[in-house]
Structure formats: structure tokens, C-alpha cells
Design a binder for this molecule. Structure first.
Ligand SMILES: C[S@@+](CC[C@H](N)C(=O)[O-])C[C@H]1O[C@@H](n2cnc3c(N)ncnc32)[C@H](O)[C@@H]1O
Length: 249
């Protein structure tokens, strides 16, 4: 079954919510760019690029950028920004998990900012990432931390309240400040699922960061205690396994 382009129906709302550029308060984006390092003259794929705010920042940092997203309406918004201020970013509407969506070994870096929990087929998407990376390349992604407990009825936890951390799957939040998760929901996966799927796909974690929440979250929900909030990881393609080959469990 083709994946559901849930963002198409809410594209205007989403662009308004996140803005055109990377927010200075976005601690996860800051960690993502730090783990990514220098992208000058690198071929960079922005996977699940949405309306292209990360793609544009990568291009400003000197990368040759391709942005890929399932939601045609968000890609249309990204292309409009490219026409207004050309940065040579190429945008593609596609399912990250579909076979042969990208040429093999075409990218030095693959970046995915808050995309993996929107993607329904993680395994197929990680296979795409692994195949798209050149030897020695980097896959850097950020997600809401799978262990984020939320802030009561104000900010959504990673898992569905009442179902619990171990209950994986797509759910839609009603938390007041989590407007995007009210609109499009999210896939909760445990930390071990993410790590095991990366390993199974031949993507080995070589650096992690757990940035604190943005200052704009402080005080929301009455709590000032910091829990795991975001997870940012850098992975390298495993040199020993053939693309697509999975280890025995
Ligand atoms: C939270 S948005 C993040 C967008 C962008 N990275 C940003 O930071 O603004 C998640 C994105 O994942 C995209 N997405 C969901 N499933 C996808 C799939 N199977 N293939 C490609 N993109 C997908 C959605 O369309 C949406 O644009």
C-alpha cells in the first residue's frame, strides 16, 4: 500500500507552524548541523525535506542539495522558495521507502530532521539511505526522543498516553502545544527498534547527542525538570555488509 501523504492536507498550516527558515531556538537542528559538520562541495540528500528549510540551510553552507518528500504540496512550497531565491536545490516528490527511488551511492551525506517518526516504513527508508550513501558517508537524523515522556496535556510524549512506551505504532496527539502532532500524528518506536533497524540496515551509529528542549518550552506543563527530549544521531554505512543484506538475529 502506498504511504499516506498526510502533510498534503495541512501543507499551509505546517509551513506557518515551522516557518521558512531554521529557528534559532531549534536545539535539535543545531545538534544536527554540529554532527553533520562541513558540507562544502558535498552531495547532500535532505530526506523528508518538507518545505525545504533544512535543504536551504544546507545549500547556504555549501552543499549540493537534493530534497525529497512524499508531500507534493510541501515540495511545491519548497520549489516556490527556490524560484524566489535560487540556491540550486533540486526537489523530488517521492516515497523515501520505495525501491530505486535514488541512484545508488550518489550522496556523501543524508540528513533527516524530524522525518523518521512521520515515515511509516522505517526499514524500507533505511535501506534507501544505506544504498544512497557513498562509502564513508554520513547519515545524520534528529527525532523526538523515543523516551520523551511529554508534558502532561501540553506537549505530546513520544508514545500514546495510556498505551505506554512499549506500544509502537502511529497515533495522533491531543496535547495543546503539539499542533503538528494533532494534525498528522506520529509513529512511536522504541529506542531499541531504532537502533536495531539501523544496525540491520548496515548503518552504524558513531555519535549521539541529546539536546535539551528549546527555551520556548521551559515552564510549559508546569515542569522545569528536563527529561530526554530530542535524539540526534550520526551513522556511517557499515563497510562489511552488502547493501540490503541483513544480519542473522
Ligand atoms: C515533521 S516534517 C519535517 C520536514 C522537514 N525535515 C523540516 O524539518 O521542516 C516530516 C516530513 O516527512 C515527510 N514524509 C512522511 N513520510 C514520508 C515518506 N514515506 N517519504 C518521504 N517523506 C515522507 C512528510 O511529508 C513531512 O514533510
Amino acid at each position: 500500500m502506498p504511504p499516506d501523504a498526510r502533510y498534503d492536507a495541512v501543507a499551509e498550516f505546517y509551513v506557518r507552524e515551522v516557518g521558512e527558515a531554521v529557528d534559532a531556538a531549534d536545539t535539535a537542528a543545531a545538534a544536527l548541523f554540529e554532527l553533520l559538520g562541513d558540507v562544502r562541495d558535498a552531495d547532500v540528500l535532505d530526506l523528508a525535506c518538507g518545505q525545504g528549510r533544512i535543504s536551504r540551510e544546507l545549500a547556504r553552507r555549501g552543499g549540493r542539495v537534493t530534497g525529497l518528500d512524499l508531500a507534493g504540496n510541501l515540495i511545491e512550497s519548497a520549489r516556490a522558495a527556490e524560484r524566489a531565491v535560487p540556491l540550486n536545490v533540486e526537489y523530488v516528490v517521492a516515497d523515501a521507502g520505495s525501491d530505486g527511488v535514488l541512484p545508488p551511492a550518489a550522496f556523501d551525506c543524508v540528513v533527516c530532521h524530524f522525518g523518521l517518526s512521520d515515515i511509516d516504513d522505517l526499514r524500507a527508508t533505511l535501506r534507501t539511505v544505506r544504498l544512497a550513501l557513498r562509502p564513508g558517508g554520513k547519515f545524520v537524523f534528529s527525532i523526538l526522543h523515543p523516551c520523551f515522556p511529554g508534558r502532561g496535556s501540553e506537549i505530546a510524549s513520544s508514545w500514546q498516553p495510556g498505551a505506554g512506551y512499549h506500544s509502537e505504532g502511529w497515533w495522533r496527539s491531543t496535547a495543546r502545544h503539539s499542533r503538528i502532532r494533532q494534525a498528522v500524528g506520529a509513529n512511536h518506536r522504541t529506542l531499541s527498534t531504532y537502533v536495531n533497524e539501523l544496525i540491520g540496515s548496515g548503518l552504524l551509529i558513531d555519535r549521539l547527542a541529546e539536546p535539551p528542549p528549546p527555551h520556548t518550552w521551559l515552564g510549559i506543563g508546569g515542569s522545569t525538570e528536563l527529561a530526554p527530549t530530542f535524539l540526534v544521531a550520526r551513522c556511517r554505512p557499515s563497510p562489511v555488509r552488502q547493501p540490503g543484506q541483513r544480519p542473522r538475529s
